[in-house]
Design a protein around this ligand. Structure first.
Ligand code: FAD
Ligand code: NAI
Length: 467
């Protein structure tokens, strides 16, 4: 077997891995990226962020054309769904973007190796793929991401019982879809299929949706989604699934114990979380330590317990988000190159792309109470925002939490139209250590949805002008 030598070998070509590989090469490292999927872009581009957002947008247009156009004086006749074309549009988007990364690799002189990598020690990585070989790196970066957490007794077949991957390519709209897990995937993909005509019920183990999100945000989101037609069964534990040719019957019981009940659906989506993926990497033989959840343990420089082996993204601790993986990848290789970058885990935004969108950054009210930090709240409804009114979508609110003594912004939570875009001025403000007054005194263009942020900042000091 031939042996190529690199400065850095990145195992995994998702947002964390491919971004790290490009940056490393830009910094002068001879870099290889090993990916076994057959295409670059990882979970995010192939079966995650991008295809789900394509379907969210298409299904949103479908719903608008059916229900909203007429109110605005636009007559389009009867609106029909062509699911095949909708799915093709998603696939074409994914294809274009994954090929785009191959182009970026060529442009940045990253060696792309197709195959599965196994760490052998001494910087060697064995590749099994089209061509089996061993390559050697001065450093190795593990960016192997995550996989679906399975649910005992509810076996995924990607046809009747699907994970998010199967839910992105259902060949027809199910009459009844049951989603297990009221987290991000459950709400986004539940929204897609509801808009396309499915009756959607979401079953959640806890007595609330979106655990970890500010309570008020979660409650408001649940109320709005319920109004749109999604049913919620909270505090329920699914205990098993029985399949017939055309349906699946789930058995469940109250999480705190009680009588069993059943729920029948054409399709069941299991979305109870994701777990780190390290299968076949050879970590145990090498002595790379993992925690109880299977995540690779790293220090502040992303170094694992073994010298020369680093890890970033979904495979380590922290929110499983593409932008978190990307930033960690860049920071890790810049540190390897002797630079002094930083990553601020307090200002990583999280966005749920339902309608309205849910966007959060920093601490929730519950976090602040638990930490004993006194804070002021500035909250305004989108009903008071003229652009939201003109656009015809006024549900939700923007809420800013600021330190009671210093007025420093500690958290921002928005449920509302385009919240995922609107939040970014708050992310930047927090990165610069801004106070609520800094935001309130920044001129905001009129009429924009961002004026809700300014108004919420004014509300922190109890001096709103438009609400
Ligand atoms: P991954 O993207 O999982 O990439 C890891 C890659 O490593 C994979 O391609 C895998 O094939 C490869 N690999 C694994 N083992 C080996 C090996 N031994 N050898 C070679 N290659 C290997 N996040 C957001 O921020 N926004 C969103 O809107 C969003 N939407 C999502 C929607 C869905 C349905 C899902 C499932 C996830 C979504 N996420 C979203 C989460 C996001 O996809 C992940 O956080 C992100 O992909 C993590 O990046 P990563 O590089 O750590 O790992
Ligand atoms: P999640 O962690 O967001 O939600 C899982 C939900 O399932 C939780 O509410 C949990 O209480 C519930 N649950 C757990 N076990 C259960 C059981 N046995 N029965 C019923 N409910 C149960 O996980 P999800 O939605 O699978 O997403 C995985 C990851 O992907 C998330 O960490 C998220 O960050 C990422 N993602 C991000 C997106 C975005 O940024 N817009 C979109 C989709 C996914």
């Amino acid at each position: 077997m031939s042996e190529d030598i690199f400065d850095l070998i990145v195992v995994g070509g998702g947002p964390g891995g491919y971004t790290a590989a490009i940056r490393a090469s830009q910094l002068g490292m001879k870099t290889a990226c090993v990916e076994k999927r057959g295409t670059l872009g990882g979970t995010c581009l192939n079966v995650g962020c991008i295809p789900s957002k394509a379907l969210l947008r298409s299904s949103e247009l479908f719903e608008e054309a059916q229900h909203d156009f007429e109110n605005r004086g636009i007559k389009v006749g009867s609106v029909e769904l062509d699911l095949k074309t909708m799915l093709n549009q998603k696939d074409t988007t994914v294809e274009g973007l994954t090929q785009g990364i191959e182009f970026l690799f060529k442009k940045n002189k990253v060696t792309y190796i197709k195959g599965a990598g196994t760490l052998q020690g001494g910087g060697r990585v064995e590749i099994s793929g089209d061509e089996d070989k061993v390559i050697k790196g001065k450093n190795i970066l593990i960016a192997t991401g995550s996989e679906v957490t399975p649910l005992p007794n509810v076996e995924i077949d990607e046809k009747q019982i699907v994970s998010s991957t199967g839910a992105l390519e259902l060949p027809k709209v199910p009459k009844k879809l049951v989603v297990i897990g009221a987290g991000v995937i459950g709400l986004e993909l539940g929204t897609v299929w509801r808009r396309l005509g499915a009756e959607v019920t979401v079953v959640e183990f806890l007595d609330r949706i979106l655990p970890g999100t500010d309570n008020e945000v979660a409650k408001t989101t649940q109320r709005i989604l319920k109004k749109q037609g999604i049913e919620f069964k909270l505090g329920k534990k699914v205990t098993g699934a029985k399949k017939s040719k055309s349906s699946v019957t789930l058995t469940m019981e109250p999480s705190k114990g009680g009588d069993e009940e059943t729920l029948t659906a054409d399709v069941v989506l299991v979305a109870i979380g994701r777990r780190p993926y390290t299968k076949g990497l050879g970590l145990e033989d090498l002595g790379v330590e993992t925690d109880k959840a299977g995540r690779i343990i790293v220090d502040k420089t992303f170094k694992s317990s073994v010298d020369g082996v680093y890890a970033i993204g979904d495979v380590i601790e922290g929110p499983m988000l593409a932008h978190k993986a990307e930033d960690e990848g860049v920071v890790c290789v810049e540190m390897l190159a002797g630079q002094k970058p930083h990553i601020n885990y307090d200002t990583i935004p999280g966005v749920i792309y339902t309608w309205p969108e849910v966007a959060t950054v920093g601490k929730s009210e519950e976090d602040l109470k638990a930490a004993g930090i006194e804070y002021n709240v500035g909250k305004v409804p989108f009903m008071a925002n003229s652009r939201a009114r003109a656009n015809g979508f006024t549900e939700g609110f923007a809420k800013i939490l600021a330190d009671k003594k210093t007025d420093k912004v500690l958290g921002v939570h928005i449920v509302g139209p385009d919240a995922g875009t609107v939040i970014h001025e708050c992310v930047l403000a927090m990165e610069f250590g801004a106070s609520a007054e800094d935001i309130a005194r920044t001129c905001h263009a009129h009429p924009t949805l961002n004026e809700a942020v300014k108004e919420a900042a004014l509300a922190v000091a109890g001096r709103t002008l438009n609400s």
